[in-house]
Design a protein around this ligand. Sequence first.
Ligand code: PMP
Length: 435
Amino acid sequence: MPSTDPRYANSRVAFATAKRLMPGGVNSPARAFGAVGGEPLFIDHAEGAYLYDVDGNRYIDYIGSWGPMILGHAYPAVVQGVQQAVARGASFGAPTEAESELAQLIIEMVPSIERVRLVSSGTEAAMSAIRLARGYTGRDRIIKFAGNYHGHVDSLLVAAGSSAATLGQPNSPGVTAGTAADTLVLPYNDPAALAQAFAKYGNEIAAVAFEPVCGNMGVIVPSAEFLAALQTIPRTHGALLLCDEVMTGFRLAPGGAQERLGIEPDLTTLGKIVGGGLPVGAYGGKSEVMAHVLPEGPVFQAGTLSGNPLATAAGAATLRALRETNPYPRLEAIGQRFAEGLAAAAQAAGVPHVVQSIGSMVTLFFHKGPVRSWDDAAQCDTALFGRFFWAMLDRGVYLPCSQYEACFLSAAHSDADLDHTISAAHEALAEAVAA
Ligand code: PMP
């Protein structure tokens, strides 16, 4: 692993410098490799399916910047779009036609979005959508599900250990008990818990926020019963359904999980792919609800760099390319091959496991499965995952550095990349089990 191996010497030096300058040496905690016990690689550049670190090592990348790089890194049309945009000026703080172009693409592609507001991250999208839901309904409480992540919004940075409906407890210092108290945390995939929460607090709940396919505790596809409950119970009580498609949007289908699974939310949040690797988020939905956003309505939300020309150029180039090249059949095929290959490797190594996947999102859980909620996910063998992660990295495969993440495949992954990855998984699992 990097703390001793000469192959990672430059990354080690870069990390020592970064740690003096930034908390933990990083600008976002997941990338610090903390969950797998070691030091992170520092990346020099990326192209197609590959990351190149500062020591000149090449890796087949299954993070794709945690989702955005569905076309692969440095995709020519995206690079060109950003280059042309920056030459015309990086930011104006005034409206541009490029914003309308990206908005139009989003509205055409995502079934439930009639109007949209562009922001700069998934967190900002979630924060704004929650405020809008509260402003629109005049209610304070929100529901989220344990193990679902919606960014580091105070009111959503809450999880509960219990499988019963509980009033939220903050899980970060700095989130006040008062803020957390308006968040009800329920178990994912549990229609009865949702019904109970609405029976008790129904007329106080502004919105139910959920991941339509969970990626943030590993991949969990919701049951049909859970999706049906989500689409009926909140509406009966006048609450909005807020579908967080930051991870799934434009990935599981051109119109995201809502198109694929037939979900009809009131509000949708987007991030990652919508910006093609640049900082973009978006929230949108029914025109009547969006009409409550300032300056049309009273709900405040603003951003100096919202709809920034570079970001909108990268986002629009990405969405246009997805429509023009239709990579979805290929993403389905390689996702399935990757999932089957990992399952075969785990089977051969004789470890309890389940591979859960949908399209180009895949997780190998070290748990006999099925994994349906956070209570299940929490039982995974995370130490084994850590050994597997490093053994894969040693073989040139860069997986997400936690058991509780999805691997993201891109249109740039070749059959040869998959062959290498699957044979590496056989070796790596044998090594991880023996260690
Ligand atoms: N929602 C979901 C479902 C996410 O996966 C993430 C990020 N992983 C976010 C929201 C937050 O997005 P960002 O990191 O851009 O703030």
